[in-house]
Design a protein. Sequence first.
Length: 168
Amino acid sequence: MGVIGFIWGIGGIIMLLGFAISRLSGMIFELDQAALSLWQWAILLFWLIYMVWAEGYKGFYKAFAPRVVVRANYLAANPRLLHVLLAPLFCMGYIHATAKRRMVSIALTTMIICFVLMVRLLPQPWRGIVDVGVVAGLGVGVLSILFFVFKLRQSGAASLPASPDVPV
């Protein structure tokens, strides 16, 4: 049951991120690249680099991805039926987490939802420009999770730079 929880936890999060990537990619393809001014291209390039660094590296690689993998590994070693059924939520820190982890997860999700709602109001090409960076950051996020799963399998949980943040 623990292996199922691990696979469902990691797989569910990757599917969620993949769904977001596929949905946002549509707005990118609506960009009329020929109509972008030099100024808009410069903003797009700056935003792309910034989001790969901020969302991809700082957010996913340094924080979210190792924690997700450590929590999935904890779930594999300590399976409970409800936690296995809700493994993606468990791995993201919404359930069976310290109060601080749960609060941070909820606050971050709320902030992301507000950001998404605001970006939806932007006209093209600005929405497409924003989505280019977000898709790149999410892509780095998916790759980061896969990297830490590989690292876990090669070196063990002690090599991952995160705590499972589970209640004692």
